[in-house]
Design a binder for this molecule. Structure first.
Ligand SMILES: Cc1cc2nc3c(=O)[nH]c(=O)nc-3n(C[C@H](O)[C@H](O)[C@H](O)COP(=O)(O)OP(=O)(O)OC[C@H]3O[C@@H](n4cnc5c(N)ncnc54)[C@H](O)[C@@H]3O)c2cc1C
Length: 392
């Protein structure tokens, strides 16, 4: 083993904000599948500020005695210093899988957490945030429950100085009116701000949705819809939704000429590869592997930082767009166990075979010497890990 292992250099000295006790001060149904919880300090201590787009980690005491960690974006207005809001979709078992339980964390929150209950909550954390340092028009584009961080961003954009000049396009796709959350809240912002434009796309609107004219387009978000909605301009795009939604819309946006570095995104589950090629090819379907991931060109530049997820694995180039080694591993098909994604739970601890890492967030509980937390580490030069398992 090389003697520069586990350098532990903190890129930013931000330690994750540890767990604090919060009380549920409000609970509200947003749609057939999403419930919001308002959280206030249990003991008077003020909440730390958050940036729109950030998330928190909940430690849920399941009846079986297990303490489950789950991550939820803050969906409320960051200007409201008195309370946080999270909005949780009840995760059903996958279609046709009666043999597996429904999502454990979301079921617990929906079924067992009520006003007055207390929860352990860590954070805020996360780098999927809407920058204040530009006046470029903004596209907030979400699928399903992926709208939660974008609703928070919408509130922030409304409140910002100069918001009158900054156009905002809030584009949301979901199944139908029954599962459409925050419709009224978003409409209220748009009604108060002429620069905010809202477009809602239902995949399969019901008869009631049609009668009430609750949606603007039907099916999937199409190239034509985006062309119609978005005049030629230099947009800052924020994208969040299920993997298929992310891949399809990344391709559409790139096909319309939106620069890669202008598309910011967050996955609510394992990250997947969004794009293979340097240049968009809107007319062609990008090749995909059996798991549906886009294939990656594996040419590695001579000056690239090399990552090997196992001494016997093929080397891959570090992608500076990745937040962490965990994200890079997921993009290359490794199923790495993770939970908090912010250096709190140590679920992603992995032996380090060679090289060193830098921590973007100092781990709450540093891992043993010779191992790293992939969720908050980046390579400090070429690095070899010893992940168990092979890419799928
Ligand atoms: C940065 C970030 C932000 C997030 N923000 C939000 C948010 O704002 N709102 C939100 O609702 N979610 C959000 N999530 C997702 C959230 O963290 C949870 O992943 C989600 O609530 C599901 O957790 P769960 O415990 O309910 O499901 P899990 O218990 O983890 O199960 C997930 C799925 O797997 C299925 N499953 C269970 N066992 C098996 C099996 N043996 N075989 C096959 N399938 C199985 C379950 O039925 C379920 O469909 C976010 C995630 C991240 C990373």
């Amino acid at each position: 083993m090389n003697d520069v292992v586990n350098t532990g250099v903190a890129l930013a000295s931000r330690a994750p904000l540890g767990f604090r006790r919060l009380r549920v001060s409000g609970r509200r149904r947003e749609s057939a599948s999403i419930v919001s919880f308002e959280l206030v300090p249990a003991e008077g201590e003020a909440l730390p500020p958050f940036v729109a787009g950030q998330f928190v980690t909940l430690r849920l005491p399941l009846p079986c005695g297990e303490r489950l960690l789950r991550t939820y974006s803050l969906s409320g207005d960051p200007a409201d210093a008195a309370r946080w809001r999270i909005s949780v979709k009840r995760e059903p078992a996958p279609p046709g899988r009666d043999d597996v339980p429904a999502g454990r964390g979301s079921s617990y929150l929906h079924d067992a957490v009520h006003v007055g209950d207390e929860l352990d909550v860590a954070g805020p954390s996360g780098a999927f945030v809407c920058g204040d340092d530009t006046t470029r028009p903004v596209v907030l584009m979400s699928g399903g429950v992926g709208l939660t961080p974008l609703v928070s961003m919408l509130h922030r954009l409304r409140a910002m100085d100069g918001a009158r000049e900054r156009r905002v396009y809030f584009i949301h796709a979901c199944e139908d009116g029954a599962v459409h959350a925050f419709g009224r809240e978003v409409e209220a912002v748009a009604a108060a701000c002429p620069n905010v434009h809202v477009h809602v796309c239902y995949r399969q609107p019901s008869g009631e949705d049609r009668l009430a004219q609750r949606f603007d387009s039907e099916g999937l978000i199409s190239r034509e819809t985006l062309q119609r909605l978005l005049p030629l301009d230099d947009y800052e795009v924020y994208l969040c939704g299920p993997s298929a939604f992310m891949q399809a819309n990344w391709r559409l946006l790139r096909g319309l000429g939106v620069a890669r570095e202008r598309i910011h995104y967050e996955f609510f589950g394992p990250a997947t590869v969004l794009e293979a090629d340097a240049e968009p090819e809107p007319a062609q379907e990008a090749p995909s592997d059996a798991a549906g991931r886009l294939e990656i060109e594996q040419e590695i530049d001579a000056d690239a930082t090399i990552v090997k997820f196992h001494p016997n694995a093929r080397p891959v180039a570090w992608d500076t767009r990745c937040e962490s080694l965990l994200e890079l591993a997921e993009q290359h098909g490794y199923a790495v166990p993770f939970s908090c994604r912010i250096g709190i739970c140590n679920t992603c601890v992995t032996p380090l075979a060679q090289g060193g890492v830098e921590y973007t967030t100092a781990p709450l509980d540093p891992p043993p010497e010779g191992s790293v937390l992939l969720c908050c580490a980046r390579p400090a030069g070429n690095v070899t890990l010893a992940l168990s398992g092979t890419p799928t």
